[in-house]
Design a protein around this ligand. Sequence first.
Ligand SMILES: [Zn+2]
Ligand SMILES: [Zn+2]
Length: 345
Amino acid sequence: MEALVIHAPGDLRVEEFPTDELGPGQLRVRVRCGGICGSDLHYYQHGGFGTVRIQQPMVLGHEVAGVIEAVGEGVTAYAPGERIAVSPSRPCGLCRFCQEGLQNHCLDMRYYGSAMRNPHVQGAFRQQIVVDAYQAHRLADHLTDQEGAMAEPLSVALHGINRAGPLLGKKVLVTGCGPIGALAIIAARRAGAGHIVATDMGAHPLSKALKVGADEVVNIAEEPDGLARFAVDKGQFDVLFEASGNERALRGAFEVLRPRGIIVQLGLSGGEMTLPINAIVAKEFDLRGVFRFHQEFATAVELLNKRLVDVKPLISATVSYRDSARAFALAADRSQAMKVLLSFD
Ligand SMILES: [Zn+2]
Ligand SMILES: [Zn+2]
């Protein structure tokens, strides 16, 4: 079976890759579809992000859906032929954070396609993979494989919502409308946000933001002061979802966030930012990070299965894994693409 293996920046190869033996409690899955994530792009373009670097060849990918080919001994909840989304979150279950229900902070996490640990954890951009049954989440018949693969980034957005706390009736600002920002709009809407304003520098992402439920959008490239009217009375927004990873976007939002506003930082820029700590102190902001997710994956699939969220407007293209250079170039082009998926048929 073949896989997409990153060797160095720009050097992504289709290679034969062995599938693990099917063990007890496991499923052998024929991967059908995988979404290209910002982190996959970082590995492809720069060989990593921040201090995380590729040290050895690694299969990319962690946003996949597929069909079960075989079930291991003791598995009764699943059967061959069923379509599933695969959660790439594989915590140990034993460490102190797993025991506290903070699996995303697991001390022994084996998240797919991540160079954070050494040897790296191989990813899921491959034709076939063996997973633990707990990673499987059944997809409703009406969902496409592509929508199923969107469960992972949707989970990140849902974890951001959980970090923000109750959103019912709240005024929400989303800065940066790439896939995660757009999914944050969908998730915030679902969570009861009263009014959602989204910003970006590009017309294409903003058009998608409107499609998935933003009430208003501001193109900061064309209208740098477009948020000024929200600065009255010490700021209008209750919650900021910052998904651009851009320091200026975050600083600019300080003016329009009300006192005790909650800042949820979703974008993983990998870099450092200089922030006016006096503004955070004087306006009593809560600055909250978001790192991956765990139980939100089940919620994401449930919302998709029940048609309570619609991610289809964010799916830009599906490209064969054999044509990965084209797929990754398209995924990096914000003027025409949101989420690009690879097909492994
Ligand atoms: Zn992802
Ligand atoms: Zn753990």
